[in-house]
Design a protein around this ligand. Sequence first.
Ligand code: UDX
Length: 443
Amino acid sequence: MRMTVIGTGYVGLVHAVCMADIGHEVVGVDTDEARIAPLTEGRSPIHEPGLDELLTRTLASGRLRFSTSLADAARFADVHFVCVGTPQMPGGEAADVRQVDAVIDDLAPLVRPGSLIIGKSTVPVGTTARLGARLRAVAPHSEVAVNPEFLREGFAVSDTRRPERIVVGAESRRAEMVLREIYEPMLISGARFFSTDPATAELVKVASNAFLATKISFINAMAEVCDAAGADVVTLADAVGQDSRIGHRFLQPGLGFGGSCFPKDIRAFAARAEELGVGEAIAFLRQVDEINLRQRTRTVDLARDLVGGSFTGRHVGVLGAAFKPGSDDVRDSPALEVASAIRREGAEVRVHDPEALDNARRGFPELQYAFDVPKACEDADLVLHLTAWPEYRDISPDRLASVVRSRKILDARDTLDATTWQSAGWTLSALGRPPTNGTYASA
Ligand code: UDX
């Protein structure tokens, strides 16, 4: 099938490439020439496992090309996926849907009768119905649908090729059938197809993210209780998660969630619920947000205690800058926010990350950066473990001991092996973990 994908950010680019890979003819559209030019030459602006190979292959197949022109898009196909950003409104909490509105307004006079415009962007419930009215005012014989995206960064290609579910909110049987046909290879591989009204489909997306964020904040709230009670949140999470009704995933305690989705999506959801007069029903999401942000201040407070009450003149080595392991994305990164707060309090902070240094440097030029862990920790009075990259679990505490000034580490991700560090003479402190062998500090 012929289609266009408008917006070549994370979701759009991966979607365009994967659609071309399963045999569709795709034009990826973006008004940003600086984005389209490298893509046309097969250079991807984002790093995702498998994406570069797929981009090269689909460009070579002739089934994928890129354009900066919506008119070109409208001439090429009658099916258009809209994948533009819906960030947090500047100075507010609601989602800023102006880019989505602009695509509809710009495309409406160009589309042929019978066109289908499918939103993949995460939008407040009710947006698709509103956009439908807006589209029909100009293009009465065209329609909208919504098909939310659930991909995770770091797994974008595999999540898109082998999704667990396809959710479609359509206003007509015809639109539903078009989407079934588009996703047929995924449905054959076992993805479940949910066809529903647009409002329900929009809510599936935000409810999923709200649930996952709540699960993380729940375990982090338990970590705070553990700190007060002298209990161990890591064992608690393990035992609680063993109940198959609860499960282990998204029950990893620590510094909490960041990234481009969870924080802004739960705020936008709470704001939309208030507009709908049901703010009370999901008021708990405000607390989910607060608990999450509190882990950052708890980490700074504990770090300050560990260096004797003041950061002035202290050297702090930071392990991790990305918002999560497996990603070079630093948007709303808890790690960089903690590093920056400590720097503002007078510490000299040197940050290591296996992938995200370039992005970190652009966003936080005031911090220092190091290409390897020993360099980041040279002369450190304290080492902070802030992003749970697997390689940090393999650090030799013995070897690192030779470069630091003081053998103190704060594991704000609760993934390091406390015994190994302690037996190498380190004081390992962690969020939600009690003193073990007399060496854990408490918040
Ligand atoms: C998320 C959703 O998972 C995805 O379905 C949606 O489409 C976009 O938002 P992503 O932002 O890529 O994806 O990251 P995810 O892997 O979900 O992690 C989100 C944050 O939660 C990260 O900062 C991560 O470190 C944190 N996290 C995750 C925890 O703190 N504990 C956990 O147990 C799991």
